[in-house]
Design a protein around this ligand. Structure first.
Ligand SMILES: NC(=O)c1ccc[n+]([C@@H]2O[C@H](COP(=O)([O-])OP(=O)(O)OC[C@H]3O[C@@H](n4cnc5c(N)ncnc54)[C@H](O)[C@@H]3O)[C@@H](O)[C@H]2O)c1
Ligand SMILES: [Zn+2]
Length: 360
């Protein structure tokens, strides 16, 4: 088992990485001094696979527990679904001490986290991420929220979990495409801060594709360490946290331009990362060898480099509307070399256009 600690002014929490951990979730939550009733939020796919194990573990630790399953997919990150969960919480008499437990991928984590942040002005929140992406990214860092018809993640909060429990055994049922999408975020951590992680990914691609637990533990814990380190210094994304957005500016444009349905989040981020290394090379910041290394690693995990179904001018208009823009300028995270990035607003529009043409 590996454990990563996240230390924030409002309290510390642990990320547990192990195989079979969901069977101990009841005891782990009770060890935090949390008791009473518990509400588990999941989606219909994950709830059918793992809901029973989680309920059993909670009941064994004397929790009174209920499970609510929402339809799988991005559409559930919606205020109407939030209201259904509030209704369930009120109906079962959940009070301020009662934990809300997210069992699922990033959709469920963001949704249940938003409920936990707002129900009775905040109740204990536990994350049991079941996708690789959620294990290394969305379950750590405290961003929770839902979508507005006019934009993704427009309604949300910063709300930290009390515990994150990543159980590698649940990845057995995760489709390969989802696994690869999660690996895109792990590649991102390698590029922004950890050359050894990047090299590890290059050398252990077969093990990772086969879901080897030692290899997964290594890359998940390294990724969580980096995310924890960044969030500890800049929880609310004033500056440093922006480095986690590597590939996300163009990635979000690709997702938006294709209605959030064609690409998995990690796939869109892969396109975005390839685009920014190209941009970095054109700006003379990094070498062509760096571009090649990123391209090869994305290829190994069958991640896309281009989004042929997008138009450069449409992507450009999405870029201009990105909610990460401050004062109308895009904050670009560019690559100097593997393991080192820079944040700048100073990128000529012609170069952005050139890159957008190359990836479409
Ligand atoms: N809060 C953050 O910091 C943050 C960061 C990154 C992404 N996100 C959000 O995360 C969401 C994407 O998350 P995701 O990629 O995990 O997608 P997801 O939650 O939609 O899960 C993907 C699919 O895999 C299924 N699934 C999940 N675990 C499974 C398992 N163990 N076995 C079989 N099937 C399983 C789900 O039912 C779903 O159909 C987006 O909404 C994105 O905005 C949030
Ligand atoms: Zn992401």
């Amino acid at each position: 088992m590996a454990e990563v600690k996240v230390e924030l002014p409002q309290g510390a929490y642990s990320i547990h990485i192990s195989s079979g951990g969901i069977n101990s979730v009841g005891r782990l939550i009770r060890d935090l001094g949390i008791q009473e009733k518990a509400l588990v939020v999941s989606d219909e796919i994950v709830g059918a696979l793992y809901g029973e194990a989680v309920i059993k573990s909670l009941q064994n630790s004397r929790f009174e527990v209920e499970l609510i399953c929402v339809p799988p997919g991005e559409k559930s990150k919606d205020m109407a679904v939030v209201m259904e969960i509030y209704n369930k919480a009120v109906g079962m008499g959940l009070d301020r001490r009662s934990p809300v437990i997210a069992l699922g991928g990033g959709v469920v984590g963001d949704l249940a986290g938003f409920v936990a942040a707002t129900y009775m002005r905040g109740v204990p929140f536990i994350q049991i991420p079941t996708t690789l992406l959620a294990m290394v990214d969305s379950s750590v860092g405290g961003k929770v929220g839902v979508n507005h018809p006019l934009g993704k993640n427009l309604i949300g909060a910063f709300y930290q979990p009390r515990l994150v429990l990543a159980d590698l055994a649940v990845l057995d049922t995760l489709p390969a495409r989802e696994l690869h999408a999660g690996l895109a975020e792990i590649i991102k951590y390698g590029i922004i801060n950890d050359t050894a992680l990047f090299t590890y990914l290059q050398k252990n691609c077969a093990q990772l594709r086969n879901k080897d637990e030692d290899a997964l533990t290594e890359v998940i814990s390294r990724s969580c360490h980096i995310k924890a380190w960044v969030v500890e210094q800049d929880e609310k994304e004033n500056h440093l946290r922006m480095i986690l957005n590597l590939g996300h500016t163009i990635g979000h444009a690709v997702e938006g331009n294709t209605g959030y349905s064609r690409y998995r989040h990690g796939e869109a981020i892969a396109v975005g990362m390839y685009a920014v290394v190209l941009l970095s090379q054109y700006l003379g910041l990094c070498t062509v060898q760096t571009v090649e290394a990123v391209r090869e690693l994305l290829n190994v995990f069958e991640l896309p480099l281009t989004a042929k179904d997008c138009q450069p001018d449409q992507l450009m208009s999405f870029l201009k509307r990105d909610k990460k823009n401050i004062g109308g300028a895009i904050n670009w995270v560019l690559v100097r070399k593997l393991g080192e990035v820079v944040i700048t607003r100073d990128v000529p529009t012609e170069l952005i256009q050139r890159v957008l043409c190359e990836i479409t």
